[in-house]
Design a protein around this ligand. Structure first.
Ligand code: HEC
Ligand code: HEC
Length: 288
């Protein structure tokens, strides 16, 4: 050790290391530090014996206590399965109506439905199913195709204007775009629909539109505008709108005759999951 010397102030020998004029005294380590150090090594040695510790090529030292997180998870999963298994088995065989009359099974179905809904349906129907323009609100008691458990179940299975052979299907004509009616007639009909929903409308326009409505619209929306669930034709007399309540929104629909598309889920989910979805939606909405 080249530069060892004795410090003048403390009288302690230095280590010979120097940084920017600062020299290190060669004091012994504090006792408490040393003891902790040795104790740490001792604990580690005991730990290696008791617990899984050292990696090998194909495996690892397992430790004499046999501790394994993997095994713990397996046990926890098995416990969960026994708890759930009974409900899952019931869900397979129960009818929709039976599910809703068995509170425990209903709660289970709702939990399954909620999680599947969040992953697959919320992209279009919004979180919790509150809907958006063009995407049906599933939380209210207004239904295009019917709000009974069976109707909801059917809609989820076959979809709406989907590629399923039995899909729910209907198409409102594009009265304006396809020149079935003149722009003036479409404006008059817009006033007519505004009047149907109980709002102030141009009386002369409504009078002019009445015979056109009777000719062109009753087949789907009904003589008084209350709609037809068999054809997914909305009720025009309520305050709930699929495409918006303003005159521009209404006129746009009469002009373009949009038809929303909802995929069929029959091929994507097993029957239990579709039942769970139907129960989830039915019990969260103003069910019918
Ligand atoms: C790609 C978008 C999209 C996805 C994803 C989607 N839907 Fe829909 N859904 C729609 C549209 C659009 C409508 C309205 C169709 C119409 O205008 O008739 C609809 C309508 C419905 C209806 C009928 C509502 C009524 O008033 O009769 C139900 C029930 C429904 N969806 C459930 C679901 C469920 C459950 C899922 C998930 C498994 C789902 N939807 C996923 C777009 C979607
Ligand atoms: C062949 C059946 C059919 C005919 C005929 C029809 N509609 Fe429709 N209409 C529908 C359907 C189905 C929808 C819903 C479209 C959807 O779900 O995407 C709709 C939606 C609407 C809407 C939007 C409602 C909302 O909640 O946003 C208005 C407004 C409307 N129709 C007015 C009319 C008027 C006015 C006529 C006559 C000129 C007419 N419809 C004729 C089937 C029809």
């Amino acid at each position: 050790m080249a530069n060892r010397e004795t410090d003048e102030v403390s009288g302690v020998e230095t280590t010979g290391h120097e940084w920017d004029g600062i020299r290190e005294l060669d004091n012994p380590l504090p006792r408490w530090w040393l003891y902790t150090f040795w104790a740490g090594i001792a604990v580690a040695a005991v730990y290696w014996v008791l617990m899984p510790a050292w990696p090998g090529i194909n495996s690892y030292t397992r430790g004499v206590l046999g501790q394994s997180d993997r095994a713990d998870v397996a046990v926890a999963l098995k416990d969960l399965q026994t708890v759930r298994g009974a409900q899952a088995a019931k869900l397979k065989t129960a009818t929709l109506q039976q599910i809703e009359t068995d509170p425990e099974l209903q709660a289970y179905a709702q939990a399954v439905g909620q999680s599947v809904f969040g992953d697959n349906c919320a992209t279009c129907h919004g979180a919790g199913g509150v809907g958006a323009k063009g995407y049906a609100n599933l939380r209210d008691d207004v239904w295009l195709w019917g709000g009974s458990l069976d109707e909801i179940h059917r809609t989820i299975e076959v979809g709406i204007r989907s590629d399923h052979p039995q899909t729910r299907m209907s198409q409102m004509p594009a009265f304006g775009r396809d020149q079935m009616l003149t722009p003036a007639q479409v404006s008059d009909l817009t006033e007519y629909v505004v009047a149907l929903s109980g709002r102030q409308a141009n009386v002369a326009a409504v009078r002019r539109a009445a015979p056109i409505y009777q000719q062109q619209c009753v087949a789907c929306h009904g003589p008084t505008g209350t709609g037809d669930k068999a054809q997914g034709a909305p009720n025009l007399t309520d305050q709930e709108w699929l495409y918006g309540s303003s005159r521009a929104d209404i006129q746009g629909q009469i002009w373009n005759g949009r038809g929303g598309v909802m995929p069929s889920w029959k091929a994507r989910f097993d029957p239990e999951t579709i039942k769970a979805l139907a129960v989830y939606i039915h019990s969260n909405a103003g069910g019918q």
